[in-house]
Design a protein around this ligand. Structure first.
Ligand SMILES: CC(C)(COP(=O)(O)OP(=O)(O)OC[C@H]1O[C@@H](n2cnc3c(N)ncnc32)[C@H](O)[C@@H]1OP(=O)(O)O)[C@@H](O)C(=O)NCCC(=O)NCCS
Length: 199
């Protein structure tokens, strides 16, 4: 978590809608309330923080993608059908007019339902339209097949492989990381960018 003393960007941190979901912008406290229980979720721990073991509340808060709504944003993913958040998608603005994706779907009932495709498409169009960015980037562990598929289905290019970029801190096993990117021009020309449901 990084604290900054600038006014929140309300245009970027606004409530968004897709066909099946509301994307509710989170503040520090609402993000902590939503995400803190995930510090025990083995797949979120590994996929998002490369931690094979549960974290204390303080460790989780320090490392999790908590928004400040200046350069770090996070949205609760709320299915219209239930009104109960099932996960979150974060977007972090970076140097060189780039933004980075991070996602976690905590509710297993919603895995395999195309959640990431639908909400990421909406967020990309929103941030490309209202933020001063030219490209979205995303990285994931090479063995995180669902993440790899999600980037490829949205048309991201695979731009690099970082061999043994991370290490499982418990077992010491090296972890390869894949880098993906999508430019603004290519995204806005994609049929997926118009807010219609992802493929
Ligand atoms: C990453 C995450 C959000 C993906 O959820 P999801 O989008 O519902 O994932 P899905 O199960 O729909 O998988 C996405 C696609 O990958 C495919 N896939 C998943 N695992 C696969 C495997 N082992 N082999 C081949 N294909 C696989 C699925 O079939 C699906 O493709 P389809 O839509 O063509 O059927 C979820 O797994 C999660 O929250 N993981 C923990 C946190 C995490 O890893 N975040 C990402 C950090 S980079």
């Amino acid at each position: 978590m990084k604290i900054v003393f600038k006014p929140a960007n309300r245009q970027l941190a606004q409530r968004l809608e897709t066909e099946h979901f509301i994307l509710e912008p989170l503040g520090v406290m609402s993000a902590i309330r939503l995400m803190l229980p995930w510090r025990h979720d083995p797949e979120i721990l590994m996929g998002v923080l490369t931690s094979p073991v549960p974290l204390t509340a303080l460790q989780w808060i320090r490392r999790a993608p908590i928004p400040n709504n200046v350069d770090r944003f996070a949205f609760a993913i709320v299915p219209k059908s239930t009104g109960v958040p099932v996960g979150m998608h974060a977007v972090r603005l970076l140097a060189e007019r780039r933004a980075r994706n991070t996602v976690a779907v905590a509710n297993r009932d919603w895995w395999g339902a195309g959640v990431v495709l639908e909400v990421r498409a909406r967020l990309m169009t929103h941030f490309f339209t209202h933020a001063e960015i030219d490209r979205f980037i995303g990285s994931c562990q090479a063995r995180n097949s669902a993440s790899v598929f999600n980037y490829r289905r949205l048309g991201y290019d695979h731009v690099g492989t970082r061999l043994a970029a991370r290490r499982n801190p418990v077992t010491g096993t090296p972890i390869d990381v894949l880098d993906f990117e999508m430019t603004k021009a290519r995204w806005l020309a994609s049929p997926l960018s118009d807010g219609s449901n992802a493929p």
